[in-house]
Ligand binder design. Structure first.
Ligand code: S3P
Length: 431
C-alpha cells in the first residue's frame, strides 16, 4: 500500500524514457527461440509478463542470457526445444499464453500450461478453436480457461480464418501455427490489430503477404536469428502523455516511442480531443519511432467507436481518465473486449475513478464519461485499488496527480507486469 503524490503547482517537466514495448519483447523472445543462430534483443522489457515468456523457453531448453535490458538467445530452430521439466507458467500474461499455444502446437511432447488467478479466468477458446481447426490438440477446462495441455504430435494444416473479434493475440497464434502447417494459412481482419508478428516474421527471414485485411502465409523455411532493438512502449508512454495534458503547467517529452500505425490510436484520439502532440520522427530501419512532446491543454469530449478500439485497446483506461477532465461527454462504444482484459476494465475504470468523484456511466460495450469533473478526496483519504491490473494501477497514480486530498493505492505491485519502475519515473518528472 502506498500514498500517491499530487503534482505540485509547477506541474510535470522533463524527458522520460519509458521501457521497451511489451508486445515486441514477447515476440522477439519467441522468434529468437525458434530461429537458428543468435538473436540479440536490446531495450528488452524485463517486466513480469515478458519474463514469464523467457522462463517458459528456458524450461523448454533454450539457452537465454539476460543482462538487464539486453538478451542473447541461442536459437536451435523449430525442432530444438526439449520437453519441459515442469508446467509452462504464464503468470498474468495473456500474450504469452495465446501466442505460445500457436507456436508450441506442433512439438513432439506434451506441455501443461498454467497461469495466475486472473489469467485462469480469461477466455482461451478464442485461440483453441482456430488452432483445433488447424489440427492442434489442446485441452482446456470446461469453461475454456487455463489450466490446459498442448498435446504432442499434432499434424497442422493451414486454414482460412475470418476473425470474429479484433485480436492480435488470436491472429498471432494462428500465424505462429501457420508457419509450421502444411498448405496456406489465411487470416481475415475487419479492423487491423497490431502487426508486430507479421513485421518480425519478415525481419527473421520469413515470408507473408498482407493486403486489404487478408494475411496469407505458408510453411516457412528455417528462420534466422536477428538483432531486435525494441522501441519504447506507446502503451506505457500513454500514461505520461495524459499526465502532461491534464496536470496544470506541464510539458513532457517521451523519447523514442514506437508509433506503429496499428498502435498509435492514443495519439489520434487525444488529437481529436484537442491535444496538440509534437511528433518528431526518428530515422530507423525497424518499427517506426518518434519523440513525443506534449503540454497541458484543454480537451473536449468525443465519440470513440469500434473502429478506434484495436489501435488503442490498452490505452482506454487512461483515455477515460483524460475524458473526465475534458469539456463535454466522451462516449466509448464497441469496446466490449475491455471486459476480458486483466480485469473487466469497464468495471474497474468506473469503480476506481468514481471514488474520486468522476461521473461515468457504464454501457455493455463501453462507457459515457461526463467531463469537467474535478477529482477530490475531500474527507478521509480515498483508498484506490489496482484490482491486480497493471494499467488500472498506473491510471490511479496519474489520477492522483490532479486529485485534491489524500489518495492511497493498494495492489501497486501489479505495475511490474508491464512497467517496473513506473512510480520512480513519474517522481523524476515531478521534481
Ligand atoms: C497484445 C494484444 C492485445 C493487447 C495485449 C497485447 C499482443 O490483446 O490487449 O496487451 O501483444 O498481441 P488482444 O489481442 O486480446 O486484443
Amino acid at each position: 500500500m502506498i500514498r500517491l503524490t499530487p503534482a505540485s503547482a509547477h506541474g510535470l517537466h522533463g524527458h522520460v524514457t519509458v521501457p521497451g514495448d511489451k508486445s515486441i519483447s514477447h515476440r522477439a523472445l519467441m522468434f529468437g527461440a525458434i530461429a537458428k543462430g543468435q538473436t540479440v534483443i536490446t531495450n528488452f522489457l524485463a517486466s513480469d509478463d515478458v519474463l514469464h515468456t523467457m522462463t517458459v523457453f528456458r524450461n523448454l531448453g533454450v539457452a537465454i542470457q539476460q543482462n538487464e535490458n539486453s538478451v542473447r538467445i541461442q536459437g536451435q530452430g523449430f525442432d530444438g526445444l526439449t520437453p519441459p521439466k515442469k508446467p509452462l507458467d504464464m503468470g498474468n500474461s495473456g500474450t504469452s499464453t495465446r501466442l505460445l499455444m500457436g507456436l508450441l502446437s506442433k512439438q513432439n511432447f506434451d506441455m501443461s500450461i498454467i497461469g495466475d488467478e486472473s489469467l485462469s479466468q480469461r477466455p482461451m477458446t478464442r485461440v483453441m478453436k482456430p488452432l483445433t481447426e488447424m489440427g492442434a490438440k489442446i485441452d482446456l477446462t470446461a469453461n475454456g480457461t487455463l489450466p490446459g495441455v498442448i498435446q504432442a504430435n499434432a499434424t497442422l494444416r493451414g486454414i482460412t480464418y475470418d476473425m470474429p473479434v479484433a485480436s492480435a493475440q488470436v491472429k498471432s497464434a494462428i500465424l505462429l501455427a501457420g508457419i509450421q502447417a502444411e498448405g496456406e494459412t489465411r487470416v481475415i481482419e475487419k479492423i487491423a490489430s497490431r502487426d508486430h508478428t507479421e513485421r518480425m516474421l519478415r525481419q527473421f527471414g520469413g515470408q507473408l503477404e498482407s493486403k486489404n485485411g487478408v494475411i496469407t502465409l505458408k510453411k516457412q523455411q528455417q528462420l534466422q536469428g536477428q538483432h531486435v532493438d525494441v522501441p519504447a512502449d506507446i502503451s506505457s508512454a500513454a500514461f505520461f502523455l495524459v499526465a502532461a495534458l491534464i496536470t496544470p503547467n506541464s510539458e513532457l517529452t517521451i523519447n523514442r516511442v514506437g508509433i506503429n500505425p496499428t498502435r498509435d490510436g492514443i495519439l489520434k484520439i487525444l488529437t481529436r480531443m484537442g491535444a496538440s502532440i509534437e511528433v518528431t520522427p526518428i530515422d530507423t530501419q525497424g518499427e517506426p519511432l518518434a519523440d513525443l512532446t506534449v503540454r497541458t491543454q484543454t480537451l473536449h469530449g468525443i465519440d470513440i467507436t469500434a473502429a478506434d478500439i484495436p489501435s488503442a485497446v490498452d490505452e482506454l483506461p487512461i483515455i477515460a481518465l483524460a475524458a473526465t477532465q475534458a469539456d463535454g461527454d466522451t462516449i466509448i462504444s464497441g469496446a466490449e473486449e475491455l471486459r476480458v482484459k486483466e480485469t473487466d476494465r469497464i468495471a474497474t475504470v468506473i469503480s476506481e475513478l468514481s471514488k474520486l468523484g468522476a461521473n461515468i456511466e457504464e454501457k455493455p460495450d463501453g462507457m459515457i464519461i461526463h467531463g469537467g469533473q474535478s477529482l477530490t478526496a475531500d474527507n478521509d483519504a480515498v483508498l484506490l485499488d489496482s484490482c491486480g491490473d497493471h494499467r488500472i494501477a498506473m491510471m490511479n497514480a496519474i489520477a492522483a496527480l490532479i486529485t485534491t486530498g489524500d489518495v492511497i493505492l493498494t495492489g501497486e505491485d501489479a505495475m511490474s507486469v508491464s512497467y517496473p519502475g513506473f512510480l520512480e519515473d513519474l517522481s523524476e518528472v515531478m521534481l
